[in-house]
Ligand binder design. Structure first.
Ligand code: CAP
Ligand code: MG
Length: 471
C-alpha cells in the first residue's frame, strides 16, 4: 500500500524517546492502511502524488511512520504514528498543531478522524516553562498545603446580568460562608451592566473584608479574556497593582499565542492562572475531533495553574474513568498508557509542575463525596447553581459546600456531617446525595475488566472508546 507514491507503514519501527507519538481513530472510504498512509503523509512530508523534489534526507529524517494499526474492520481502525522531533519548530506549538492537527481532517477519504492522544517527548517539554505556581503554589497561598483539603469555590450566578454591587455582595457572602474561590462565569467580562473595572474594584474590597472576617486567604478569578491583547494586559496590570492574586482565561477560545503571552505575563506578575475550557467540546465530542486531554497536555506545558477538567458526576459530559484520566494528566508526573481509554501515557519533565484540577458543572454539596472519591483531595470543587440555588440563599449555600468539604477532612460522609450542620442538611434535602460507592464500583470494574474493555474497544472502535468514556 502506498499513498502519493510512498509507503509510510513501518511496522518494525519503535518510537524513540524523542519522537512524538499520536494515536488516531480513522474510518473512511479506503482500506485502513491507505487511510493511515494518507494521514501520515499529509501531516508530515507528503502529498497526494509522487514528487520530484522528495529526496533521501527529507524522507529519512522528517517523515511520519505508521508503526502500528489495530484494525476494527477493513476500512477502520486505530493508527499509531510516530513523528521525528526534528519535524517540528522550537517553542512553536502552532506549527505542531498545523502538522498533526491540521489538513488531515479535510482529507476526503476520511469519514471519521479522531485524535485520541499525543505523547509529548521530554526534549520538547524542555522548551517550555510549565506552570509558574501550579497546584503547590496555589495551596501554599490558600494555606492548604498541609491538610490538603479540597478547595471549594463558586461561579456567581446568574451567569451575566448582575450589577457590580450585586455581584460583589454575592461574592462576599460566598467567601464568608467558607468558600476559597469566587469566579466570573466564562461569558462575563466587561458588559455595560457590569463593567470589569467597577466590578473588580468592588470585588477587591469585598475580598479584603471577607479575609479580615474569616482569617482565611480568599481568591477571585477575574475573567480578563478579550480579543484585544492590550486590554487583557491592562487588566492584568490592574490586578497586579491591586494586590489580587488570580486571573481567569477562557483558554480554548483565546488560542495558543494569546495564552502563551498572558501566561508569561501572569508568571512575571506572580498571578495564578485559572483556565476555563469553554468551547473544547466542539472538538472533543464527535467522531471528527481532538480529545480534550491533548489540549490539557499543551495547557499544562504552556503553564496554566488550575484547569477545568470535568467532574464525572455533574452536568457536563464524561464518566469517572475518563475524568480520572484527565486528572492524572493534570497532577501526575507519569501517566500510564491505557489503550481502552485512549491514552498513550505521558511522562512529564520535572519543570512541568502539577496543576490543580477544577471539578465544575452541575455540582452541589451532595456530590462532594463522590467528587473526592474520583479526584482525591487535590481538586477545586466548584458549584454555581449548587450554591446560589440553596433554599437559604448564597450564604447558606456556601456554608453547605464548605461543610461538605470539612466533612471529608473529618473523615465523615456528607450525610453523617449533615446531622449537625443544618445548611448541609437543607442542601441534601433539595438535591439528594450521590453515594461515592458508585465511583468506587466503577474503578473496581475497570480494574477487573481491563481486558474486556480493551476487547470491546478493539471490536467496536470509536464507539467502544466513547462507551468507556461514559463509565
Ligand atoms: C458551572 C459553570 C461552568 C462549567 C463549565 C457553568 O456552573 O459555570 O462554566 O463548569 O464546564 O456555567 O456551567 P454550575 P466544565 O455550577 O451552575 O453548573 O467545567 O466541564 O468545563
Ligand atoms: Mg460557567
Amino acid at each position: 500500500m502506498a499513498y502519493g507514491g510512498y509507503s509510510y507503514i513501518e511496522k518494525s519501527y519503535r518510537p524513540s524517546k524523542d519522537d512524538f507519538v499520536v494515536l488516531f481513530w480513522l474510518d473512511g472510504h479506503a482500506k485502513i492502511e491507505k487511510l493511515a498512509e494518507a494521514v501520515a503523509s499529509e501531516s508530515s512530508v507528503g502529498t497526494w502524488t509522487k514528487i520530484s523534489t522528495m529526496n533521501k534526507k527529507v524522507w529519512t529524517n522528517y517523515r511520519a511512520r505508521v508503526y502500528k494499526i489495530i484494525k476494527v474492520d477493513e476500512k477502520s481502525g486505530f493508527v499509531f504514528i510516530a513523528y521525528p522531533y526534528e519535524h517540528f519548530d522550537q517553542k512553536n506549538v502552532l506549527q505542531f498543531f498545523a502538522s498533526v492537527l491540521g489538513n488531515l481532517f479535510g482529507l476526503k477519504e476520511l469519514e471519521e478522524c479522531y485524535v485520541l492522544d499525543i505523547k509529548i517527548p521530554k526534549k520538547y517539554q524542555k522548551q517550555f516553562h510549565g506552570p509558574g505556581f501550579g497546584m503547590k503554589g496555589i495551596r501554599k497561598y490558600v494555606g492548604t498545603l498541609k491538610n490538603k483539603r479540597p478547595h471549594v469555590g463558586t461561579i456567581v450566578k446568574p451567569k451575566v446580568g448582575l450589577t457590580p454591587k450585586e455581584f460583589a455582595d454575592v461574592a462576599y457572602k460566598s467567601w464568608i460562608g467558607g468558600l476559597d474561590l469566587v469566579k466570573d462565569d466564562e461569558n462575563l467580562v466587561d458588559q455595560k451592566f457590569c463593567p470589569w473595572k467597577r466590578r473588580f474594584d468592588l470585588m477587591t474590597k469585598a475580598l479584603e473584608k471577607a479575609e479580615t472576617k474569616t482569617g482565611e486567604k480568599k481568591l477571585y478569578a477575574t475573567n480578563i479574556t478579550d480579543s484585544s491583547i492590550e486590554r487583557m494586559l491592562d487588566r492584568l496590570d490592574y490586578v497586579k497593582e491591586s494586590g489580587m492574586k488570580m486571573i481567569m482565561l477562557d483558554v480554548f477560545i483565546l488560542g495558543i499565542p494569546a495564552l502563551m503571552k498572558m501566561v508569561y505575563e501572569a508568571r512575571k506578575a506572580k498571578l495564578f492562572v485559572h483556565a476555563h475550557r469553554a468551547g473544547y467540546a466542539a472538538h472533543h465530542r464527535g467522531n471528527f475531533g481532538i480529545n480534550f486531554q491533548i489540549y490539557e497536555k499543551f495547557w499544562r506545558l504552556i503553564g496554566v495553574d488550575q484547569l477545568h477538567i470535568g467532574t464525572g458526576v455533574g452536568k457536563m459530559e464524561g464518566g469517572a474513568l475518563l475524568i480520572k484520566q484527565f486528572h492524572r494528566i493534570a497532577e501526575d508526573y507519569n501517566v500510564p498508557e491505557e489503550f481502552y481509554i485512549g491514552s498513550l501515557g505521558q511522562k512529564w519533565d520535572k519543570e512541568i509542575k502539577p496543576i490543580l484540577s477544577v471539578a465544575s458543572g452541575g455540582m452541589d454539596p451532595g456530590k462532594v463525596d463522590a467528587a473526592v472519591a474520583l479526584h482525591g483531595r487535590n481538586v477545586v470543587i466548584q458549584a454555581g447553581g449548587g450554591v446560589h440555588g440553596h433554599p437559604g440563599g448564597t450564604l447558606a449555600g456556601a456554608k453547605a459546600m464548605r461543610q461538605a468539604v470539612d466533612a471529608v477532612v473529618a473523615k465523615k460522609t456528607a450525610k453523617e456531617y449533615a446531622k449537625n450542620h443544618k445548611e448541609l442538611r437543607a442542601a441534601l434535602a433539595k438535591w439528594g446525595y450521590v453515594d461515592p460507592k458508585i465511583i468506587k464500583t466503577k474503578f473496581e470494574f475497570e480494574k477487573k475488566k481491563r481486558k474486556m474493555l480493551e476487547g470491546m474497544v478493539k471490536k467496536k472502535g470509536i464507539i467502544g472508546i466513547k462507551a468507556v468514556w461514559e463509565i
